[in-house]
Write a protein that binds this ligand. Sequence first.
Ligand code: ZN
Length: 315
Amino acid sequence: MGRVVIGVDLGGTNLRTAILSPEGELLDRLKEPTHAVDGWMKVVARLTENIKRLKEAAEQKGHKVDAVGVGAPGVILGEKGIVVKSPNFPDWNNVPLKEQLEKVLNVPVVIENDANAAALGEQWRGAGKGISSMILLTLGTGVGGGIILDNKIWHGADGMAGEIGHMTLVPDGRHCSCGNDGCLEMYASARGIVQSYREASGRPANEAAGQVTSEQVYEAARAGDKTAIKVMESMGRMLGIGIASLINIFNPERIVIGGGVKDGWPLFIDATRREIMKRAFEVPARRTEIMPSQLGDDSGMIGAAAVALELARAH
Ligand SMILES: [Zn+2]
């Protein structure tokens, strides 16, 4: 019997929900497809149903759920708990998620941006344990970021801070979906790696399927394919140029790298470190540890629980 919190990662593909103790012990969990195409009302209903199921199971064991935290992609108005816009959910416009959930669940709810939640998750239970200033970069299909300074997420004036993937690295570079050209995301994401490989090789890696995946590029590089090796090194360089700026601006203790591209770690990290040492100020560059994330796909869910715990303690 004890007090617990619920953390939810509302992903474009999967909906992950878990019960955690205040010490961060994972007590129960659920995972199911989000089915974002069903529209926001059905997704919110599914989200509510998942939380209710875990909450009721916890209550039967004598636990009390103090708060619920939800990590959601997109622009979040933190205080009101409104999802303003979300790249994974095109029909979400100013969805009052906190209000909707609180009405049904009868517990305080807090909404946080998913990348910020992932950073808090790694800080609480993963690669950032005991670290008060750290930056998380998630290298997936795109590049996400969360900046924790002195134990607080840096939200910025509009709640839009931490968009590390959209710092300009190449003034007239590849066109990004954000409207800008030459964003870090266009070079250091899975999509960027695939594009670089296509450009460098002039042909798809898997010609039968006509499609190249980032995993195939890592595999080719491990097998000694010179083009793939070069592609991964230049990706590592781009990442290092971006991180060198982050180090000069924020002087973090640690930078944690997550997302699927982490699977290619040995193929890019040396180039990344070289670029950091070349470009950043020596003292912060030497101090900053660059580490892979530890929680994998659970970081957002666990971080959302951390935000819920903070809310519960403030009540
Ligand atoms: Zn961009």
